[in-house]
Design a protein. Structure first.
Length: 143
């Protein structure tokens, strides 16, 4: 069994709805739907700072299974605290002899039948509502 901590989010998202991972050289974000029952949707955007790697799977089993916050009914992500991924990623993706050291925290964002893993330094959470910058682009991922 893996060990980790559940990190409670400020904003509640729909756990049974889809989630979207955006990963490039400039950005690593996970987008989550907040209000599925409303006419006007809003979104939680998790921006991962210093992201090195990302991977996802479509399955109902997650590497963060059985790690939950103490308080029930809240939205959360998990940080795996015993992960070998920083070392594994360093071995796989850094040139031999490089002065770079393994780094990054192993975050897991689980949503219904998809989970995303991100190796990053930290993350920030924002609420994106109609009229906010990037709202239309985020909506296009949830069409």
């Amino acid at each position: 069994m893996r060990s980790g901590i559940a990190i409670t989010l400020k904003y509640q998202h729909e756990h049974i709805e889809d989630s979207v991972l955006v990963f490039s050289a400039e950005e690593c974000s996970v987008l989550l739907l907040v209000s599925a029952d409303e006419d006007v949707k809003s979104f939680v955007k998790l921006d991962f700072d210093g992201a090195i790697c990302a991977r996802s799977a479509r399955t109902d089993c997650s590497p963060a299974i059985d790690i939950y916050p103490k308080e029930g009914g809240v939205s959360f992500i998990v940080e795996l605290t015993d992960s070998s991924w920083p070392i594994d990623a360093h071995k796989a993706y850094v040139y031999a002899g490089s002065s770079l050291k393994p780094r990054g925290r192993h975050f897991v964002v689980s949503n219904h039948d998809v989970f995303h893993e991100i190796l990053a330094d930290s993350f920030t959470e924002t609420l994106v509502e109609k009229g906010d910058a990037g709202y239309k682009e985020i909506c296009s991922h949830f069409a």
